[in-house]
Design a protein around this ligand. Structure first.
Ligand code: SF4
Length: 958
């Protein structure tokens, strides 16, 4: 056990257990820093740095730098953060399990024991992102949607099922159980973890805080329980999984002092939308946010989790609540053992981190205030989560946006009759192949990423004529609500808002109110606990009567899997160019995320979702205008239906017990018959199936041996692309549609797959043959080697031996050129401007670059995570001096490049030389800086990447 600072101490872990911990108070006593003034979130990271300090990956200097964190001027240093565990969702998790499987195959080929490949920290993968709302408004919806999900995802699920039995530290939560962050909150999170280790020659138990990263941006939901964690890209998660640190820059910490109490009628959703608007305006991007004060103490953990969930929407890395009695109460109420609860509380007490801090006790970089009593009921939209609208102003705001010019963020409907309504007869007709796009979840998306090639299954046809739509007659126009979805772990994890939705539905049904058949209603909770309490309280039956039947336990509408609308509705939207609305309890709403044809999307609490479904429109003031009429023709208002705080509390007390959580989170792997029906291979080694176009063994370990070559200069390289500024990870590795004419599209066609079955790049991330062909294939990328073009094209100049190319090069796809160069063993480079690799972290942006044969990327500057991902994949990042780039050097791509100064010995930040040989024989030498930033990265690079580094370490130990 590392104990470089001699801080290991004993403590009473409760229930008669004696534990050890790395004491932060002791570190302060040693004069290393004024730790008791640090934000709690920083202290938790510091504990990890202290505990993992072994001199190389994590150094004493790292401990000292963080312990001396200066609130007003944090050091500009990267922190090596070794996390306690990893959570994955199915879309982003598949490629990680593919890499583990490939490592096992490599070990087997070397004659070793494949079982040495295990995640070194616990990994939990929750299958939640694939279910789509094909069926709704009926008691059969859950079963039918699940059937469709299994039809669509069979190959991926077969593979995951193999992974489930092959790895001991990998737990898989099958489809139909819940949503990753809610499952994490209700079941996976432990608050404090422990490990057996030697202390003073004795086998002892060392305790440490629960920390994690997850491959989904809303991982921050767990911050509500006092757990530090956030969303990362695949390669960082892979590093964490293999016991390597996740690096991040020392953050500023914004302290938000909460005072007062929420008023009657104001929900946790109203609060989070208020906070999102407030913190967006304060520009907290890249910062930690920590909530504290008596107002924070008054919030139950589900409310805190709702606020933590939306950190990506307000831009913060985390939205953290320190651990206090409420946190322990939550663990207990959700069925965690007494032993676990006692260890959690005692550990944080021993670290002097227990209890909600009060004003003045902690130094924050920026201090903000929020009186909870000032929060008003509201919604956010129609395009961004930070655009909050007070509930009374919604109708007016929507009408004015309708008429505002498009250039001012409006819908440009100047001279039209805004009140016109159009009759649609919703009779039984099959949907066109209208699956909502398979989106690339867990990452910031933009419209360009939306998928246009849709998976083929046709619910009506595939499920023996089952009808996915409600029938009847309706009139729709601008502002009509066409989707009303109680969705997203943001809110479904919060019993108070879910019960409020049920209570509102009950009052509406009792008054004989109904939802218009044009509204696609759905309820998709993040765990089965929700169904249990909605059923026990009798509220589910009222929700059912309004069409909010259970459609699945997964992300559904929150991630854009809202499924098709009735074709006649889609036609009316199209024919009359309608600005129709969705209302949902999700967290993002940019145009086309929720549904391609719905332009106005409003985020709101679950009870408001039900209320707007009943109203059927958003162009009204629900605080003054009636929602509709009751069975006697009397006008009914929101105030008539809104449940009181007492009603919600009473329902909560009668329904939530720890036993329910224990029962529903026990043995869930066997509670899903469909999952059990999936045939899957068993054994330690995955039997790669050459017929699969979703899962393929990546060639990262082809020709792998224990021998580590010397770092060599890169000689005789060709340019594969020269790019300008702000090339994003989506330019490098698109997530959306696969064009039929692209190399990936042509490849799939050659495999007998029709374009309508292409699915998205995102869904084929387990197949390197598709993803490598997709690298630099974004239809918008501009390669300056081929001026005037867009898309993944380049010029091929032939082998680089002998004189520089005399021709003007052959134009071809980047993939084809890369393969031709690979055949001749020609190394490749990419040249780029500022902020190369900006946008959300995406593992395939670095993996694809490597598999194309690119040895170095030389850019004016790099996005932080993409730079480290390149090193992680064994690609050298180099930075031009200020003012230099491909254009200032007059490069057109016909040159031959060499990078010298690498073979002597390298160290972080070393100056090396880029040598350029031009077509006319001229030569230039340009200084460039190695953007290998830390000693451990030198090891990663020398080994050819992080996977190879870890694999050799494991093989050496075996
Ligand atoms: S429900 Fe929404 S926020 Fe939650 S994991 Fe799914 S996509 Fe992310």
């Amino acid at each position: 056990m590392n104990d470089e600072f001699k801080t290991l101490q004993k403590f009473d872990a409760g229930n008669g257990r004696e534990g050890f911990f790395h004491s932060l108070p002791e570190l302060e006593t040693q004069g290393v820093g004024k730790i008791s003034r640090l934000p709690i979130s920083i202290r938790i990271v510091l504990e990890s740095v202290l505990r993992n300090c072994e001199g190389k990956k994590v150094r004493g200097k790292d401990v000292e730098t963080l312990a001396r964190w200066d609130a007003k001027k944090p050091a500009n240093e990267e922190i090596p953060f070794v996390v306690a565990r990893i959570v994955l969702q199915d879309f982003t998790g598949v490629p990680l399990v593919v890499d583990l499987a490939a490592m096992r195959s490599a070990v087997k080929r070397l004659g070793g024991d494949p079982k040495i490949i295990e995640p070194l920290v616990p990994v939990d993968l929750v299958v939640d992102h694939s279910v789509q709302v094909d069926f709704f408004g009926s008691a059969q919806a859950l079963r039918l949607n699940l059937e469709m999900e299994f039809k669509r995802n069979r190959e991926r699920y077969q593979f995951l099922k193999w992974g489930q039995q092959a790895f001991k530290t990998f737990q898989l939560i099958p489809p139909g159980i819940g949503i990753v962050h809610q499952v994490n909150l209700e079941y996976l999170a432990k608050g404090v973890l422990s490990q057996k280790s030697e202390v003073g020659g004795q086998r002892s138990e060392i305790f440490y805080p629960d920390t994690l990263v997850g491959t989904d941006s809303h991982t921050t939901m767990i911050n509500g329980l006092g757990v530090v964690g956030w969303g990362v890209g695949g390669i960082e998660a892979e590093a964490g999984m293999l016991g390597q640190p996740v690096y991040f820059l020392t953050p500023e910490v914004v302290g938000v002092h909460l005072s007062g109490r929420l008023k009657e009628g104001v929900t946790a959703t109203d609060l989070v939308l208020h906070i999102t608007q407030m913190l967006r305006a304060q520009k907290v991007v890249g910062k930690f946010v920590e909530f504290y004060g008596e107002g924070a103490a008054s919030l139950p953990v589900p409310d805190r989790a709702t606020i933590g969930n939306m950190s990506p929407e307000y831009g913060a890395t985390i939205g953290y609540f320190p651990v206090d009695q409420e946190s322990v109460n939550y663990l207990r109420a959700t069925g965690r053992s007494d032993e676990q609860c006692a260890a959690f509380e005692n550990y944080f007490r021993a670290q002097k981190m227990f209890g909600m801090p009060r004003k003045g006790e902690i130094d924050y970089s920026i201090d903000l205030e929020l009186d909870l009593g000032h929060v008003q009921p509201g919604v956010a939209g129609p395009k961004r989560p930070q655009d909050r609208i007070n509930l009374p102003d919604l109708g007016q705001t929507f009408r004015s946006l309708l008429q505002k010019p498009v250039t001012d963020g409006g819908y440009g409907k100047e001279n039209v009759d805004l009140a016109a309504k159009h009759l649609v007869q919703l009779n039984g007709s099959a949907p066109q192949n209208g699956d909502m796009p398979g989106i690339d979840p867990g990452e910031e998306l933009n419209k360009a990423e939306m998928v246009t090639n849709r998976p083929t299954p046709d619910p009506a046809k595939d499920l023996k004529g089952a009808d996915p739509f409600r029938h009847g007659e309706s009139k729709i126009g601008h502002g009509s609500v066409l989707i009303a979805a109680i969705t997203s772990c943001t809110n479904t994890s919060n019993p108070s808002v879910m019960l409020a939705a049920g209570l509102l539905a009950k009052k509406a049904v009792e008054r004989g109110m109904r939802v218009d058949p044009a509204v696609k209603t759905s309820l998709a909770p993040g765990s089965r606990v929700v169904s249990d309490y909605l059923t026990k309280t009798g509220l589910q039956s009222y929700l059912d009567q309004l069409g909010f039947n259970l459609v699945g336990y997964g992300c559904t509408t929150c991630i854009g899997n809202s499924g098709p609308l009735h074709p006649k509705i889609e036609k009316a939207i199209h024919d009359y160019d309608l600005v129709a609305a969705s209302v949902l309890s999700g967290n993002r709403n940019f145009e086309a995320r929720i549904h391609q044809n719905i332009k106005a999307n409003f985020l709101m609490s679950p009870p408001l979702v039900v209320a707007f479904a009943l109203a059927g429109r958003v162009d009204l003031d629900l605080t003054k205008e009636p929602i509709g009429k009751d069975k006697d023709g009397e006008e009914t208002f929101l105030r008539d239906l809104w449940p009181s705080l007492k009603e919600v509390r009473d329902a909560m007390q009668s329904a939530l017990t720890p036993e329910v959580f224990r029962r529903l989170y026990r043995d869930f792997a066997n509670q899903n018959p469909k999952w059990n029906e999936i045939p899957s291979s068993t054994g330690d080694i995955y039997q790669w199936d050459e017929k699969s176009d979703y899962i393929h063994e990546p060639p990262f370990f082809k020709d792998f041996s224990m021998e580590v070559g010397k770092i060599q200069n890169i000689v005789g390289a060709r340019a594969l692309g020269i790019f300008g500024d702000s090339v994003t990870t989506d330019h490098i590795s698109p997530a959306g549609a696969i064009k039929a004419s692209s190399p990936a599209g042509q490849y799939l066609i050659s495999r007998g797959i029709k374009p309508e079955d292409f699915n998205s790049y995102g869904s084929r991330r387990g197949n390197d043959l598709v993803m490598t062909r997709g690298t630099f294939a974004n239809v918008r990328i501009k390669n300056l080697m081929v001026p005037g073009t867009e898309g993944g094209v380049t010029k091929y100049y032939g082998p680089s031996t002998g004189p520089a190319a005399s021709t003007s090069g052959d134009q071809m796809s980047i993939y084809d050129a890369a393969m031709k160069y690979q055949k001749d063993n020609v190394p490749l480079v990419i040249l780029a401007g500022h902020e190369y690799g900006t946008g959300s972290s995406r593992d395939w942006a670095a993996k694809g670059t490597r598999l194309l044969g690119v040895k170095a990327v030389i850019a004016a500057s790099f996005e932080r995570i993409h730079r480290s991902n390149l090193v992680g994949m064994g690609v050298l990042p180099l930075q031009f001096s200020e003012g230099t780039n491909g254009q200032t050097l007059n490069l057109d791509g016909s040159e031959i490049f060499s990078i010298t100064g690498l073979s002597d010995s390298i160290e972080p930040g070393k100056a090396v030389t880029l040598e350029i040989r031009r077509r006319n024989g001229e030569r230039d030498s340009v200084p460039v800086r190695l953007r290998i930033d830390t000693p451990i990265e030198i090891d990663y690079y020398r080994h050819g990447g992080i996977l190879q580094f870890v694999l050799r370490q494991l093989l050496a130990k075996a």
